[in-house]
Design a protein. Structure first.
Length: 316
């Protein structure tokens, strides 16, 4: 008997939520990192996987969200979780400002511009822009988040916060994928010229995908800032954007399950081989080469959409 996909996913997610009961603090913290990168990977998947835009500057939006939380909390005393929507809004507004003049670019040209964008943000943070970012030292003393009077401070506590947020992300993005907006992005990814010829405002949809993905990455930055209690520009280097790009491409761009699997492999696999010291990166690199040669669409590429002509035409 074939088990429905949503039941299997629910069972796996329930099993994951029981993990802190069986693992020590170190491995729980590894799962926390995987969950955070899964959220970030899913936000990038909207831009790269759904809309098909080559974007390697996602760490910039992540940084803006984290710094928004840090500044509001340390300077103005705003509770950390209250800054969650504000961080998303700040990252989304920044994405709107920088994306409008570059949204018409395609392929490698857009990729190069986004690489420059993340470096500009990092250098601005190091130079203590407006005197509020703390320069190279960053910002210290960020409060732990509180939920219904309970202060979240242990790795086990953050595990449930991160993975419940990841579950919400999966649910909302699944609904988005099957919505009219998601179908339009799918057309745009497959053939932008044909999509425009079908009446889709490609520039508007690409801009909306860019802003939505950036806003979600900004909210992930809030969780990161609360977890670390200290942030600095080095936490949002170009390498972070590379890792997120690898998570989406390796797992399967456009597939939510593939992005989750990519986060486990890219973030979790090096920790499993940590005892092998430098040799672990050799195994990691070989695995990446093998995947790019034999699974060019990722481990779990998205399934092709199937449209019933009888239903589309209103036939009974």
């Amino acid at each position: 008997m074939k088990v429905p996909g949503h039941l299997l996913a629910g069972a796996l997610f329930a099993l994951l939520l029981c993990a802190p009961l069986a693992l020590d603090r170190y491995w729980v913290d590894v799962l926390n990192s995987i969950g955070l990168y899964a959220i970030l990977g899913l936000s990038l998947n909207i831009i790269l996987g759904y809309a098909g835009m080559f974007h390697m500057g996602h760490a910039a939006f992540y940084a803006i969200g984290a710094y928004t939380t840090a500044i509001l909390n340390t300077s103005y005393g705003v509770p950390v979780l209250w800054t969650l929507p504000l961080s998303g809004l700040a990252a989304a507004l920044f994405a709107l400002a920088v994306a409008r003049p570059i949204i018409h670019l395609r392929g490698d040209y857009l990729l190069i511009v986004t690489i420059g964008m993340v470096e500009i943000v990092r250098i601005a943070l190091i130079n203590d822009v407006f005197g509020i970012t703390g320069g190279a030292n960053g910002i210290f003393g960020i409060d732990r988040p509180q939920l219904f009077g309970f202060k979240i401070r242990q790795p086990q506590h953050f595990f449930y916060l991160i993975w419940l947020f990841a579950g919400l992300t999966i649910l909302l993005f699944s609904l988005l994928e099957n919505s009219r907006f998601g179908r339009a992005l799918n057309y745009l990814r497959e053939d932008e010229v044909a999509a425009e010829g079908s009446g889709i405002n490609t520039a508007a949809y690409k801009l909306a995908a860019f802003v939505l993905g950036a806003g979600w990455a900004g909210m992930a930055g809030t969780i990161f800032a609360a977890k670390m209690t200290i942030i600095s520009p080095e936490s949002f280097s170009f390498w972070e954007s590379v890792v997120l790009f690898m998570i989406v491409i390796l797992g399967g761009a456009g597939n939510i399950a593939g992005v989750i699997l990519g986060a486990f492999l890219v973030v979790g696999l090096p920790e499993i081989f940590r005892d092998f010291a430098s040799a672990r990166m050799l195994f990691y690199g070989l695995a990446m080469m093998f995947m790019m040669i034999y699974r060019t669409q990722g481990i779990l590429p998205p399934r092709p959409r199937v449209y019933r002509l009888d239903r589309a035409g209103g036939a009974q």
